[in-house]
Design a protein around this ligand. Structure first.
Ligand code: ADP
Ligand code: MG
Length: 254
């Protein structure tokens, strides 16, 4: 049911007034790989993520998922093409249950309007049952099956993070973009996250991981791309990137 796809960004340039936040950035996430995007603060990571997911428009360059153009499309269209994301600051529906949050992720993909949902048409109710079954399966996948009927806002922070991942997966993405998923997690939770990222890649879903946590990146990434001042300065296996003089300079140079 999940599709395996390739993300290609070519020569993406993004400007904010006189500031060039991204300069001809090219990156390829191969089908089924875990690809980490790292770089010092202000390097342009969030700008990259917000551009490929349709929140910012690039001045130049293109972005494609499995050959389908993403550039110029709006974020909900991009979600339907197969790119799902989590946010640096978790954005859940706090008053909804854990299960409902995941069902919403599934229904957004189907494109049901508010009117159909309110009128509860037969077609909507049939789809709702599919959403429910999908959501129950995903809660088990992320280890939240015992929390299905809790209100999301009462979950501990680490479990809210997992819920956000389950909700993103409910849209059946071919590429999952995780924006600093380890931030604020305990060591044990980061170990769990590592295992979860592997299982997601095991489903054939490509993962683009924006992360600061070096151990997590080294443990889980197939490829690491490094941004510095809006430019990509390295892209290789974790062990090669770790030894790259330009990368060391970017992090520790003055
Ligand atoms: P990172 O996520 O790697 O820390 P960002 O992509 O957030 O970096 O920022 C890259 C540069 O672009 C920074 O200089 C930042 O101040 C600037 N920037 C980011 N977003 C905006 C925005 N919406 N408006 C103006 N400048 C921005
Ligand atoms: Mg950022």
């Amino acid at each position: 049911s999940h599709r395996t796809s390739e993300l290609v960004a070519r020569d993406l340039t993004v400007r904010f007034g006189g500031l060039t936040a991204l300069s001809k950035a090219s990156l390829r996430v191969k089908p089924g790989e875990v690809h980490a995007l790292i770089g010092p603060n202000g390097a342009g990571k969030s700008t990259f993520v917000n551009t490929i997911s349709g929140f910012y428009q690039p001045a130049e360059g293109i972005c494609e998922l499995d050959g389908v153009q993403l550039t110029g499309k709006r974020s909900h269209e991009i979600a339907r093409i197969g790119l799902a994301r989590t946010f640096q600051n978790t954005e859940l529906f706090g008053e909804m249950t854990v299960l409902e949050n995941v069902m919403v992720g599934h229904q957004q993909r189907l494109g049901y309007g508010i009117a159909q949902a309110l009128l509860r048409t037969p077609a909507f109710r049939r789809e709702e049952e599919v959403s429910r079954r999908t959501a129950i399966g995903l809660l088990a996948f992320v280890g939240l099956e015992d929390y299905a009927n809790e209100e999301a806002r009462f979950l501990p922070f680490g479990l809210q993070r997992r819920l956000e991942i389950a909700r993103a997966l409910a849209s059946k993405p071919s590429l999952l973009l995780l924006d600093e998923p380890a931030a604020g997690l305990t060591t044990q939770e980061i170990d769990d996250l590592e295992a979860m990222i592997r299982r997601i890649a095991g489903l054939g879903v490509s993962v683009l991981l924006i992360e600061h946590h070096v151990e997590l990146i080294m443990a889980v990434a197939d490829t690491v791309t490094v941004l510095d001042y809006g430019q990509i300065i390295a892209s290789d296996t974790p062990s090669v990137v770790q030894e790259d003089p330009r990368v060391i300079e970017a992090y520790f140079g003055t």
